[in-house]
Design a protein around this ligand. Structure first.
Ligand SMILES: *Cc1c(COP(=O)(O)O)cnc(C)c1O
Ligand SMILES: [Zn+2]
Length: 410
């Protein structure tokens, strides 16, 4: 599908494929409009199979003139069948899409790959972003790999692990005294003053398209079939809505058949503007001030909130919120049943999956895919003191003294 123009999502006004994100007529968001596909499903499948082992195997569905030279390749992450987790939840078929297995350990490598590729085509030499943490990490790494300058703006209270994992690439790290929403507002102003490619602001239409590749990969890994239901975290709502767009594009291309999956969104109670609006039956989100350990999802004024609400409703899904305690329990549940250690955002996803399963909202026979979007090593502090250790002398006697306490219950 050759990218043809940018187009306003609301009033459909077209714009050239430049670094711009908002409609001059109605202030609606811009997205990519594609031309029609030049290949049948068999040919598309051949191109995908013949492509690289990265998200660029789906280049036919991405808004770049050509895939960039290989650098820090994102995507092609594992989709694991999680039978032990499924059993705990009394379900039959649960899959974990582990997008922590990306170069900088979160799904943000996908969106940055696409934004950066387009930014280079447009001639930018500086990549920037407003970040809740993972985006800063990905922007810093991908800019370093491509030899671009990087400016990353983060809320000053971000987890230290994320700041350290970003600083190592030597971007300009600017810690802003304020929430993510303050950082985003500042960067929106800066984007009109500086000739920088802000991944999630003036490059947002391209950035957002990167999330579709999570849908493509899921379908390819399920042998070109679709899940019945997906559970996916929501910050701005971009990933959630573009996951749907990915499945829709493959349905209309004839690459998969059947029905759209049921879309279930996951938020933390301490920042759940979309879950609240869903529960109250509203079409728009009222902004909130975030207070949660799930900092990568702490967006109080989500740009794609109303589209996320519409998607959950039209697929028969829901948008739910879980407490910080449930998030930590979700992290443990995933770790102890699959061996995957996820960050707080993944804890949100698993806790919502558990809540839906326990409420009986998921039919036992459904095929469910849960999206794990980030790595537990980035939010280590939230599991501190959530388990015990035993300190002993290096002697058998010393071990025997605690052995009773350590015995695994039958
Ligand atoms: C950015 C992010 C998301 C989703 O963000 P959206 O703004 O909704 O696209 C989910 N999980 C993690 C770990 C993230 O960093
Ligand atoms: Zn418009």
């Amino acid at each position: 599908m050759p990218p043809e123009s940018l187009r306003c999502k609301e009033c459909k006004t077209p714009y050239p494929l430049e670094a711009r994100f908002v409609c001059e007529r109605c202030f609606g968001p811009l997205e990519i409009a594609y031309g029609s596909l030049d290949a049948d499903p068999a040919e598309l499948r051949r191109r995908i199979h013949g492509g690289p082992r990265s998200l660029w195997r789906y280049a036919d569905f991405l808004p770049v003139a050509a895939p960039p030279p290989p650098a820090l390749e994102a995507g092609f992450t594992p989709l694991l069948r999680a039978d032990r987790l499924a059993e705990k939840l009394r379900l039959e078929e649960v899959w974990i899409k582990n997008d922590a297995a990306n170069p900088t350990h979160s799904f943000k490598d996908r969106v940055v790959s696409v934004a950066l590729a387009r930014a280079r085509e447009l001639g930018f030499d500086t990549l920037a972003c407003a970040s809740t943490g993972n985006l800063a990490n990905a922007v810093a790494a991908h800019a370093a790999a491509a030899g671009l300058h990087a400016y990353v703006f983060i809320p000053a209270d971000l987890e230290e692990q994320k700041v350290l994992a970003t600083g190592v690439y030597s971007p300009r790290v600017v810690a802003v005294d304020g929430t993510y929403d303050d950082v985003n507002r500042l960067c929106t102003e800066l984007s009109s003053e500086h000739d920088w490619a802000f991944a999630n602001i003036n490059m947002r239409p391209y950035y957002a398209e990167g999330s579709k590749t999570l849908a493509f990969e899921t379908a390819e890994q399920l042998s070109f079939t679709l899940p019945d239901r997906v559970v996916c975290p929501i910050a701005s709502g971009s990933l959630f809505t573009k996951l749907a767009r990915g499945f829709e594009e493959w349905l209309s291309a004839g690459l998969v058949g059947g029905e759209m999956p049921v879309f279930c969104g996951a938020q933390a109670t301490g920042c759940s503007p979309v879950a609240i609006a869903f529960g109250e039956g509203h079409d728009f989100c009222r902004p909130v001030k975030p207070d949660t350990i799930a900092k990568s999802l702490a967006i109080g004024n989500p740009a794609d909130g109303s589209y996320a609400l519409d998607l959950a409703r039209r697929t028969g899904g829901t948008i739910e919120a879980v407490s910080d305690e449930e998030i930590v329990a979700g992290i443990h549940l995933l770790a102890t049943t699959t061996g995957i250690f996820t960050e707080t955002a993944g804890g949100v996803t698993i806790a919502v999956l558990k809540q839906l399963a326990e409420r009986g909202e998921i039919d036992r026979s459904e095929r469910v895919v849960a999206y794990i979007t980030g790595d537990g090593l980035k939010t280590l502090d939230c599991v501190r003191d959530s388990f015990s250790t035993w300190q002993i002398e290096p002697s058998v006697e010393s071990f025997e003294r605690v052995a009773g306490e350590l015995a695994v219950p039958a």
